[in-house]
Design a protein around this ligand. Sequence first.
Ligand SMILES: O=C(O)CCC(=O)C(=O)O
Ligand SMILES: [Fe+2]
Length: 376
Amino acid sequence: MCNRKASQFKTAPSTKRKPKSAMGESIEPAFIQALEHRPNNQEDTAQLPETIPTIDLSLLNSPAEPSRLEGLVKEIGRVCKEWGFFQVVNHGVPSKVRQRMEKAAKEFYDHPLEEKMKVKRDAENPMGYHDSEHTKNVRDWKEVFDFFSKEPAVIPASEDPDDQELRTVNNRWPQYPPEFREVCKEYSAEVEKLAYTVLGLVSLSLGLPADRLNKYFTHQLSFTRLNHYPPCPAPDLALGVGRHKDAGAITVLAQDEVGGLEVRRKSDGKWFPIKPTPDAYIINIGNCMQVWSNDELWSAEHRVVVNSEEERFSMPFFFFPSHYVGIKPLEELVNNHNSPNYKEYNWGKFFASRNRSDYSKRQIENIQIDQFKLSN
Ligand SMILES: O=C(O)CCC(=O)C(=O)O
Ligand SMILES: [Fe+2]
């Protein structure tokens, strides 16, 4: 892989007061993580040669014995509870489609910044190119391109709960590479199929019908993000993406062979590297699913570590409900002995609030599901 450097990710002119990386480089202060959140903090990082559970979906493609399907569902329930992260193989997404998407993403990022800025996202339309996303108010060492799976998408015009106005938005498409739009559409259609398959299996694992949650996605706000992490001169000070939980139902992620994704292990809170497996998809439970399941399933915190040698690419598909869906623990899963842990929140308003806070740096932390937690 070549070693391109995105010119907008600048190292800071050296001054005595800025923290210096172990590599002797200093970077813009906006990228620098607080001490306790910096990567490679030995105490904080698991060193085990273990990897997250791998689930083989091949039996879904053949007439399966009911007992094997039951075993698969049980295993998915277990890993969603214990890890909130797993990878799938024999998932049905054609390798060719993924390769075409990877190639087009690289070509897009290879273009000069001024070309990418032609499709820059803004406060009205959250889709397109962005190179200064902040996670928990620290700038991420990455550039992104986002596109909705279904367009036009209908989203609330603002995060204000009293504002009923809606906005209709379309994707922004760059002129280069010329096949970009078509390749993106083909890719997201395939990954969306996988997302529905996983949604069905997770529903079954909760004792619900396989299609129980499908109705929440009729006007889905799902989008695919093409992440590019340029080599970083101070990988001990910055992160590609700061620690966070994904907000949606589930995420279906393709990562390249470089590595850098880490999940905070539920059992001991240590950061745990997720080694790349060629052609596999990483699935993680998002906040909506944790709330629907009334905390039966776990939305795990994760982050991305960067390195000074190689650029890295990844492609998450965020499976997001329609704007009008109210997210709350499912009625079938609560009763007198198991009361709801969350009050209902509107997905569209949550989405709008996250977008605004992604767009500009804020004084307060991003909206979190903990804000809807009920004290039982
Ligand atoms: O790049 C990765 O592996 C993960 C990115 C991620 O967590 C995100 O974009 O939400
Ligand atoms: Fe994420």
